[in-house]
Write a protein that binds this ligand. Sequence first.
Ligand code: 13P
Ligand code: SF4
Length: 327
Amino acid sequence: MTPIPPSAMPRDLAAAIGELRREKNAVILAHYYQDAEIQDIADFVGDSLDLSRKAAATDAGMIVFCGVRFMAEVAKILSPDKKVVLPDMEAGCSLEESISADDLRKFKAEHPDHVVVTYINSSIEVKALSDYVVTSSSAIDTINAIPADQPILFVPDRHLGAWLEKVTGRKMTLWPGSCIVHDKFSAKEVKELKAQYPGAKVAVHPESPDSVLALADHVGSTSSIIDYAVNTDATHFIIGTETNIIHQMQKAAPQKHFIPMSSQEGCKCAMCPFMALNTMEKLYLALKNETPEITVADDLRERALTPLRRMLDISAAAAKAREKNAA
Ligand code: 13P
Ligand code: SF4
């Protein structure tokens, strides 16, 4: 992308974004890993499942997706008639890169009779070859909905897969992918932080290694980590996921202390380099120019839609059943 001359930018970016959004009847969706100022200007901030649901239900004319490319692609698959733009098309994901469609074709051929459960952090081509798509907040319900004698291939995150095996009691054949941010968390650091902050609770995303998850008080999706940190009766929380998530916790519980785990030497924090490509400047330009636009081929979209729809249906049915049980 060519550098943007500062003179081409309005002085008050937030106001200019607000104005364009109204003019164009656009909705800004943002993931919790985006910069605080992007989260604050978004119409909706959520985890991957929440964002998929919002994208499927919106009646806005255009979706400006502040997240990584696979998330914007999901929005386009679920809302094909909407224009979907992403501030920076280079915003990829190391998990997505860890498996190609050819890899998955081969993996399936080596394991006939298996169904494929695919983490949403994957390309549209990989989703199109899958039976079920899951996010970290919908995976347990989806795996529990698959008949017990049905063998399963789980791709591409080996840490999430291993955690799901433990929680559901289902043995699965796992693809050896991982996230460059969460994979670097260590049990050593958790122990050191616990020694430094006695009484602190540890909340971690399941993309982290097993040795880290074993020390956690809570393991779950980004939205569940926020719920846990805001609603649990403790003052200090060690947070094992991308550091920008702390913004929402701090807003909801300013009196509490949130300590980021680090997957980077310099910042002593955990930053996703792909999410960081989206900036307020690029968000403004994406809204103004309606580009870069996500496009997907019709046949590919239809094939990827089936496993995504299964995820939305299974998770909605499970949420309904939980509500009924709680009443
Ligand atoms: P969530 O679905 O929990 O928001 O996670 C997305 C992600 O990319 C984690 O690295
Ligand atoms: Fe992908 Fe990891 Fe970034 Fe999440 S944090 S978007 S899994 S690279």
